[in-house]
Design a protein around this ligand. Sequence first.
Ligand code: PEP
Ligand code: MG
Length: 538
Amino acid sequence: MERYQGKSIYNSIAFGRLHYFAKAENVVKRRRIEDAEAEIVRYEAAKGKAIEELQVLYEKAVKEVGEVNAQIFEVHQMMLEDEDYNNAIYHLVRTQMVNAEYAVASTGDSFAQLFSDMEDEYMKARSIDIKDISERVAGILSGHTAKENIGEEPVILLAQDLAPSETVQLDKSRLLAFVTRQGSSNSHTAILARTMQLPALIGIEVRPEWHGRMAVVDGFRGELILDPGEELLAEYRCRMAEQKEKRELLKQLKGKENVTGSGRKINLYANIGSLQDLASVLENDAGGIGLFRSEFLYLEADDYPTEEEQFRVYMQAARTMADKQVIIRTLDIGADKQAPYFELEPEDNPALGYRAIRICLTRQEVFKTQLRALFRASAYGNVAVMYPMITSLEEVRRIKDISKAVKEELRREGIPIGDRIEEGIMIETPAAALISDLLAQEVDFFSIGTNDLTQYTLAIDRMNPLLDEFYQPHHEAVLRQIKMVAENAHKAGIWCGICGELAADRTLTKTFLEYGIDELSVSAGDMLAIRKIIRELD
Ligand code: PEP
Ligand code: MG
């Protein structure tokens, strides 16, 4: 048995035979040509054929992985029309008198290098797209367009790297998992793997000689295990059976409404921490995202994430969820979530300290950068913004002034934003709960953060394991506040959800429905079990 550690793209398990995907070595030879213009005509014809092929792939991908994920093939078509790319090819052909396939391959290499040298992770990941389109055109020009045949038996595919077009072309019914050496979790191949719900690992030094061996891909641990022993295999077989059972439940409940026997409906949304969680959100049929904890962007970085970096992440979430609501919470940093570059002073009581909206209101440049990115992303889907750790009306009014100013600034710059961006607040302090009648006049929705609401109501540090037995989210004081907040929201004509962990507490689902809660936002994995309970209630 051998174990290799990589990075997981999708949490699932597979067991099967390894198939090494060796790319057809399309060695492009440099040839001297006599007629540059005739060579450019050859290139244009091959490019036209490549665009047609990409259209076929786009249509295949729309059927298999949905329109949003298929868009990469439209992007590839656009890349092929890119002026700089085409000019570079014409220039090579005309000035060096070289054959079109050589000009395409070497332009592809230098553009790919340019992208991979960029700092921005998203742009870096585009390098493989440039290579992909260039290889396609060079392949057409030289007549090599062989497709990989993976045989009849489903396999775990090993590759040095996989381009999106290669991923989509493979016969999905014969694929158990992907394992590659290169690739990033941001790459389109990774996105496709997640959408296809196949376990996938990147960052493993795959070797051709592994071809044919049996292996387990453990997407939960990010591990590839070659020749697993019988004992380990038995354990994985159990886990795969559970996985199958969950999928069956999913099949029964997918697409069904969250409605009780008497017709009361409730929205079931998902909590996410990063784009990685989106596949599971779609898989579990969430009605939207109820809490996108945006602080992961700040915690993973070594410096403040730029507007552009943030915009891409929020936009991708919005596009992936299509017209479903995506509620993004602004930065909730401080207390247990520390990023060194914020240079926050040590505090005696960090949970009661300089955190979340308090940082945003005092370091407004950080807040405004995030708001600009969020509002820009709102042009690409149904984005809502939610503010954490609210305690007063004054804070909400200050936030609204800043938000209004940021929107006006974007409009002045001619940058499109959504027409109707809901802005809500988290009710996670007793102060906010107690004045929720007043706060409800100011915002579009409430989302109750029961984790902090319990901590602050009971004066119990939620991070202290010694206090676990005292931390009681079922405490009457917490439940009364939830009820009151929902009533005050409805009196003012706004909706009220819960996004703390209590939302997933199945013993309270009925109570929440009785309180009139409009939305529960839970981890994707809890979604269907709660749907089941709701559908069984009268
Ligand atoms: C909460 O406090 O309930 C909440 C959802 O926010 P977080 O857990 O991120 O503090
Ligand atoms: Mg909180």
